[in-house]
Design a protein around this ligand. Structure first.
Ligand code: HEM
Length: 323
């Protein structure tokens, strides 16, 4: 029986599933750095005392757009899943980090079930693909993962990061000036629409190319939509979406002005640990959150050590923000 923790076993399993790529993230390895700012509408200020939500506040943001998997050379059309990670640095020095996904629900609720899902996806050496029997067994014993599976199977990979909606999936608590806690999830809703877009054939890196082209014509925008839970909504289970009629707060606009390759970009060495929160935003009881903190730290430690071995420095490139 192995004494390795579930945290290390999980990171090792990512590596078993799609390989070790030294210096790269152990998930969402392929990505591009972004920068810009968040302009608050002031509408979330009555639910959260965080400075980022104060009326008229502009907060600089550095982030990363990505696709999942450990392979930084994957083709962009190999998955419909896209990720957006953001680090907001408030004027008072506090940070808010968030890593969101385009999927509408996470496949599992707990770290153990997540590990079992990763194990089921390990390629069979005979075929180079996951064993369909193991996958079927996993889905039979985790019926809630069906929503995720259905989305992945029926969703075509998009041609652009700019037209995606990105969701927190995990629940967080907004804390207002009176100390009252409000359970929420949030999404970044794109201004750009996907009408008539086509994924180009035989181009592995079309997402970064598309982003560069769009940003050359001007900034890209998303609305931060914060959804409030009703009593009884699941706040500790990211595999269960909330009913669509829940109230939303239009908290403000994310404006992206520039992108950089991650190789020497300002996001390269950032750990977008979703538990780094400013006063006014707190963790919920969702068990994935504290687990993600530990897993991302192990991934970050492995990749920054490797970066130092490969390039002889642990020096991160200077952050570039614009406001
Ligand atoms: C148990 C659940 C999860 C595990 C084990 C996991 C694991 C990981 C790991 C190892 C990384 C690389 C971290 C780094 O080196 O900086 C990562 C990145 C990421 N994860 Fe997760 N993750 C989980 C849940 C989620 C959820 C629920 C979301 C979205 C709602 C998410 C979105 C992302 C994104 C967008 C990135 C890329 C961040 C970046 O650009 O640096 N993950 N994840």
């Amino acid at each position: 029986m192995s004494h390795e923790s579930l945290v290390d076993k999980t990171v090792d399993q990512f590596q078993k599933n799609s390989g070790v790529f030294r210096g790269f993230r152990r998930n969402h390895a392929k990505g591009v750095c972004i920068s810009g700012y968040f302009a608050s509408s002031g509408k979330a200020a009555r639910y959260s005392a965080a400075q980022v939500f104060a009326p008229g506040q502009r907060t600089p943001v550095v982030g990363r757009l990505s696709i999942p998997g450990t392979n930084p050379y994957s083709w962009d059309d190999s998955t419909p899943i896209r990720g957006m990670a953001l680090k907001f640095t408030q004027a008072n020095g506090e940070q808010w980090r968030s890593a969101m996904n385009a999927v509408p629900a996470f496949p599992v609720a707990t770290p153990q079930a997540n590990y079992e899902f990763l194990k089921a996806q390990q390629p069979d050496p005979a075929t180079g693909k996951p064993d369909p029997k193991k996958m079927a067994r996993f889905f039979a014993s985790h019926p809630r993962a069906d929503a995720f599976r259905e989305w992945v199977v029926t969703t075509k990979p998009s041609a652009s990061f700019a037209t995606e909606r990105y969701n927190s999936l995990d629940t967080f608590m907004l804390v207002d000036a009176q100390g009252e806690r409000h359970a929420v999830r949030w999404s970044m809703l794109p201004e750009a629409t996907a009408d008539g877009e086509q994924v180009p054939a035989d181009e592995p890196d079309f997402l970064a190319d598309d982003l560069r082209r769009r940003l050359a014509n001007g900034p890209l925008r998303w609305q931060l939509s914060i959804t409030l839970a009703r009593p009884g909504d699941p706040i500790n289970d990211a595999s269960r979406p909330w009913p669509a009629d829940r109230p939303h707060i239009d908290a403000g606009t994310l404006v992206l002005r520039a992108s950089q390759p991650q190789k020497n970009g300002s996001c390269r060495d950032i750990n977008f640990d979703p538990t780094v929160l400013p006063a006014g935003i707190e963790l919920s009881d969702d068990p994935l959150l504290l687990f993600r903190k530990k897993v991302y730290a192990v991934s970050h430690r492995r990749r920054t050590r490797e970066q130092a071995q490969l390039h002889g420095t642990t020096q991160a490139p200077a952050p570039q923000t614009s406001s």
